[in-house]
Design a protein around this ligand. Structure first.
Ligand SMILES: Nc1ncnc2c1ncn2[C@@H]1O[C@H](COP(=O)(O)OP(=O)(O)O)[C@@H](O)[C@H]1O
Ligand SMILES: [Mg+2]
Length: 257
């Protein structure tokens, strides 16, 4: 069984940045292997990990839906799906990356999607860690068939908009047909590093703990503004270190292998 770490939050809060640093901590500092899953339709995790993504699961789905029977010689639809996904998984030192692309439309609860999900659940199990970068609605997560989420970090800015999003995501998780064992908040892009009392007390009212408060970081701003990935952030960067400490606390004690 793999240990699944998921990130969710509004666009622009820092999910992909923190997910990429999570992958770095697991692979570089803890020497574990991970499957990184970009489940945000606005796919950016590859960029943050310094990888060029050529095709997504949604591209594969479109292609197979178009190809009714014309599969390569000796291949069933099922084996062709497996082949395409394996081909789209980008392998790197310590981790592989899978990019989901757009979620399937409402008309698409079909055979191909079932094959995709079955394969993904099976593949995910062969890594000790799975790191999922989600959009706020967690559409891809909601369509998974098996595998719990061990910890969901909701990334938000410490503003009223941030608070509303946390509240909405909490509601969504209550309705998701999967088991999320733990939810914690990561407050990111915090100016001056301190949180206003009213924001704190509202978060407390949700009954959720705040795992981490991350300040605005100049090195991240500099890398981001020259389109450089988080794989180039220095090992001593305070945000990277804090993310590592948080993972050691929430993941380290329980994770297998
Ligand atoms: N702690 C931080 N300090 C400075 N900039 C940050 C920080 N966290 C994220 N960013 C920047 O904020 C922007 C949005 O981050 P990103 O990870 O792409 O968000 P999301 O995946 O939630 O849409 C990026 O330009 C990123 O470099
Ligand atoms: Mg993102």
């Amino acid at each position: 069984m793999s240990f699944t770490i998921a990130f969710s939050g509004k666009g622009g809060t820092g999910k992909s940045t923190i997910a990429a640093l999570t992958v770095r901590h697991l692979t570089e500092n803890l020497q574990k292997t991970a499957l990184a899953v970009d489940a945000d339709p606005n796919s950016c995790l590859g960029l943050e990990l310094g990888i060029k993504v050529e095709s997504s699961i949604s591209d594969i789905r479109e292609e197979i839906l178009k190809k009714k029977s014309d599969f390569p010689a000796g291949m069933t639809k099922e084996s062709y799906v497996d082949y395409c996904i394996e081909d789209s998984i980008l392998e790197n030192t310590g981790f592989d990356l899978l990019t989901m692309g757009r979620p399937e439309g409402p008309k698409c609860y079909c055979y191909v999607n079932n094959l995709l999900r079955k394969y993904l659940d099976k593949a995910a199990d062969s890594y000790p860690y799975v790191v999922i970068d989600n959009e706020a609605g967690m559409e891809h997560l909601s369509r998974r068939t098996t595998n719990d989420v061990d910890v969901l970090f909701v990334v938000a800015e410490p503003t009223m908009v941030g608070i509303n999003t946390i509240s909405r995501i909490k509601k969504i998780t209550d309705e998701l047909p999967i088991n999320i064992k733990k939810i914690a908040i990561v407050l990111n892009r915090v100016h001056g590093g301190s949180i206003k009392e009213n924001v704190k007390s509202q978060i407390d009212d949700f009954g959720l703990e705040t795992a981490l408060v991350l300040s605005m970081d100049q090195e991240i701003i500099d890398l981001s503004s020259s389109a450089r990935p988080m794989s180039e952030l220095s090992a001593e960067n305070p945000v990277f270190k804090s993310v590592g400490d948080m993972l050691d606390k929430y993941v380290g004690a329980t994770a297998a292998v």
